[in-house]
Design a protein around this ligand. Structure first.
Ligand SMILES: Cc1ncc(COP(=O)(O)O)c(C=O)c1O
Length: 430
């Protein structure tokens, strides 16, 4: 009998000292009265405080590309702990990591800086675009998430479509109490080159950069239309606008060189975080030398700290072994294929796509989504959340918000078969 009594008690106790009982609002799913408190993880599984185990496809929202507590990373970090976690000086390992990033990431002629989170990296990337072009406005797409900082957390978690304004002149939806107006940001629909060409024709003298998730992962995943990334690259070159790939999710997850390698499109600036260090907080901003050399950010107490650099070197060491990404893609694809088969078997409308270690589970449509606004008419989010809840009770942990799911190198074919059996059982009872 599935029980989470201890989690419930901890939530009650935690709320006495911590606002809402959470350090991140996404740690409690939309359907949950209280979050499940986790105790530890190993490989493809995590274990909660009540002793339940879960095959995990959340993977801590992305970083655990090698699964939980991967030996190579834990060993490197333990060795580094005995030497020093932080030295406030450049180190030999930092040089090795930056050289490695330039070797494996197509756009990385130079690393601009190593930071601690994706949010910081995106703020810095946007600054670089401004420093390089001498312009100020930044175009961001509806539904895309670039961290929680004031200027960039715009129009990505709308409760209803009307809050986004008209599609041909979208508003800038803010999310947090106290968030200032993002005056330098322009929002646009994703996957629409005609819209962008018209916008750039009118306003390219103000636009410093375009930032995007090459695969929009922060809603039900939306893949770029064929030719969209290539077309965007051409347009940004034509109008002297810096192209910024936010590879915080896609980096080290779709391919060793990120989505830019996967899709064969090279941006001017890109940001990496999450999977880069296998579960330790490190981010990197990289790009064309001329562009990334235009900025001068040089502060940050924990920038390039020795523990996270050691973790990143060990993670990349594992990821660059032959066949890793083929195997990740094969496993993600078998989840996607299995889901589509189950949809047919149970008469459910399901879309599922895969790229490297990312796969999706979207209810309510059998067509791939094109932009953020599709979510409001087409996607059955409530169904997804019912399925996620039922999965938890049967020992499978999905993203508690939306059908963006991950695969790690630690997942086995047995995990996948077992997960598809669980879904089969749940679908038969819906
Ligand atoms: C695409 C993308 N960019 C930026 C961020 C922000 O990264 P962090 O949470 O490390 O600040 C996230 C986080 O989920 C993300 O998914």
């Amino acid at each position: 009998m599935y029980s989470t009594t201890k989690s419930k008690e901890l939530f009650e106790s935690g709320q006495k000292s911590l606002v809402r009982g959470l350090c991140s609002d996404i740690h409690k799913g939309a359907w949950q009265e209280y979050p499940v408190y986790m105790s530890y993880g190993k490989g493809s599984k995590c274990y909660d405080v009540d002793g339940n185990s879960y095959i995990d496809y959340l993977l801590a929202f992305g970083p655990m590309i090698l699964g939980y507590a991967p030996e190579a990373v834990s060993k490197a970090v333990k060795e580094q702990i005995d030497k020093a976690s932080l030295l406030a000086a450049p180190t030999e390992d930092m040089v090795a990591l930056c050289n490695k990033l330039c070797e494996i990431i197509p756009s990385a002629e130079k690393v601009s800086v190593l930071l601690n989170s994706g949010s910081e990296a995106d703020v810095h990337a946007v600054r670089l675009a401004r420093a390089y072009t001498g312009k100020t406005r930044i175009v961001k797409f509806e539904g895309h998430y670039h961290g929680w900082m004031d200027e960039l957390k715009v129009s990505n978690e709308a409760l209803k479509e009307s809050l986004l304004g008209p599609r041909n002149n979208p508003w800038k939806l803010r999310h947090a109490n106290g968030q200032v107006e993002p005056i330098h940001v322009i929002t646009a629909p994703y996957n629409d080159l005609n819209y962008l060409e018209t916008l750039f024709k009118r306003r390219s003298n103000e636009i410093a950069g375009v930032i995007l998730e090459p695969i929009m992962c922060n809603a039900e995943p939306v893949f770029p239309r064929k030719g969209f990334l290539e077309g965007l690259r051409e347009l940004t070159l034509k109008y002297d606008i810096a192209l910024i790939f936010d590879e915080v999710i896609t980096g080290f997850r779709t391919a060793l060189g990120g989505a830019q390698e996967y899709f064969g499109v090279t941006p001017d600036i890109s940001t990496f975080a999450k999977a880069i260090a296998g579960g330790y907080p490190l981010s990197a901003v990289v790009g064309r030398e001329e562009v990334v050399s235009a900025g001068n950010l040089s502060a940050g107490t924990f920038n390039g700290n020795s523990l996270c650099v050691a973790a990143a070197l060990a993670t990349i060491g594992e990821l660059e072994k032959p066949g890793v990404y083929e195997e990740l893609e094969r496993k993600s694809q078998s989840m996607a294929d299995g889901l589509i088969k189950l949809g047919k078997k149970h008469g459910l409308q399901i879309t599922s796509q895969a790229a490297g270690g990312i796969w999706s589970m979207v209810f309510g449509t059998e067509e791939a989504l094109v932009d953020y606004r599709d979510h409001f008419g087409k996607v059955d989010k409530a169904m997804y959340q019912r399925v996620a809840e039922a999965c938890m009770e049967r020992g499978v942990r999905l993203n508690p918000w939306r059908g963006r799911l991950y695969m790690s190198t630690a997942h086995t074919d047995k995990d996948i078969r077992c997960t598809l059996d669980v879904l089969d059982d749940i679908f038969s009872q819906l």
